[in-house]
Design a binder for this molecule. Structure first.
Ligand SMILES: [Mn+2]
Length: 301
């Protein structure tokens, strides 16, 4: 008897929907707010729209001018981001959130988690020089871009932890941080108490990013229905990338991160990606804009 060879299942490629978040209210230096507009003006991703036909810019989200303090402003725009991400996923598009400072992550991943609903938990790889796991009680600066991961784990201001639905959006065992090299002990203590896996920069250097990233991908997929990647550009080495919100020496190299992202190219379990903390005012030669282009290109099917 002849058995027909099964064809590999080929899913049609999802188009990427770029959701710009023009918000710098979560940072001390608001320069990241201009990131999406400058990338659009420079035409950084235009070739991916034209040749590939799989990338589209959605209208850029903006902070409500009437919003009062930073918390109200960030909570407001995070609500918009969550709605835009959830809508994109419902239409089988791949949400690509472009910040803005990293506080928008509360919106991105609350939206992604809400989309999953009863189907299961959300995994997340957080690539960052920092831990972003402060609360108002522990933060020396009170900057909200130092708090989004704590909020997603259910710790912090109710205006942020309660987006979309009350309670944590991420369980600690489904989160990995990669590239950390600058943090306060109070936020480290929170993550240690929760049992979140952190790949500090020294471990990345010892084992190589490829191995560490592969291990992180496996972990965030183990007990989840899908996962995301939150990329803070300050994870990269400022000797290569000057155009970031909060540069810290000794970071990841552009080339190794491109290879890591390429390893999950067109992975259907990868639900969404965000690239944050692009500060065009520190990117005089547009080198970091080109890096963003290459990261996005490496993820598209
Ligand atoms: Mn960050």
């Amino acid at each position: 008897m002849k058995i027909a060879k099964t064809q590999p299942v080929r899913l049609p490629p999802r188009h990427a929907r770029v959701i710009g978040v023009a918000c710098g209210r979560g940072a001390g230096d608001p320069g990241c707010a201009d990131g999406p507009d400058v990338l659009l003006q420079l035409g950084t991703l235009r070739d991916l729209e034209q040749t590939d036909a799989r990338l589209r810019w959605a209208p850029t989200l903006r902070v409500d001018a009437a919003a009062g303090d930073a918390l109200a402003a960030v909570a407001g725009i995070c609500g918009q981001v969550a709605g835009a991400v959830e809508a994109a996923l419902a239409e089988d598009a791949f949400p690509l959130v472009i910040g803005g400072d990293h506080s928008c992550a509360v919106g991105t991943w609350s939206g992604a988690r809400a989309h999953l609903g009863e189907r299961g938990e959300l995994g997340l790889i957080w690539i960052d020089a920092h831990m972003d796991s402060h609360t108002f009680q522990t933060s020396p600066s009170h900057s909200l871009h130092g708090m989004p991961l704590a909020c997603l784990l259910g710790r912090g201001e109710p205006a942020l932890t309660g987006l979309r639905f009350p309670g944590p959006k991420l369980l600690p065992q489904n989160v990995c941080l990669i590239g950390v090299r600058s943090f306060e002990w109070s936020e480290a203590a929170l993550l240690r108490t929760l049992g979140v896996r952190i790949y500090f920069m020294n471990e990345v250097r010892e084992r190589g990013l490829a191995e560490v990233f592969g291990e992180a991908v496996a972990q965030v997929n183990r007990e989840t229905a899908g996962y995301g990647i939150s990329l803070d550009l300050d994870a990269l080495d400022p000797a290569e990338e000057a155009g970031v919100g909060t540069p810290v020496p000794g970071g990841l190299h552009r080339r190794e991160l491109l290879a890591a992202l390429d390893s999950v190219r067109a992975d259907r379990r990868l639900l969404a990606m965000e690239v944050v903390e692009y500060n065009p005012h520190r990117d005089a030669d547009h080198a970091t804009a080109r890096t963003i282009h290459d990261f996005v290109q490496s993820l598209l099917a």
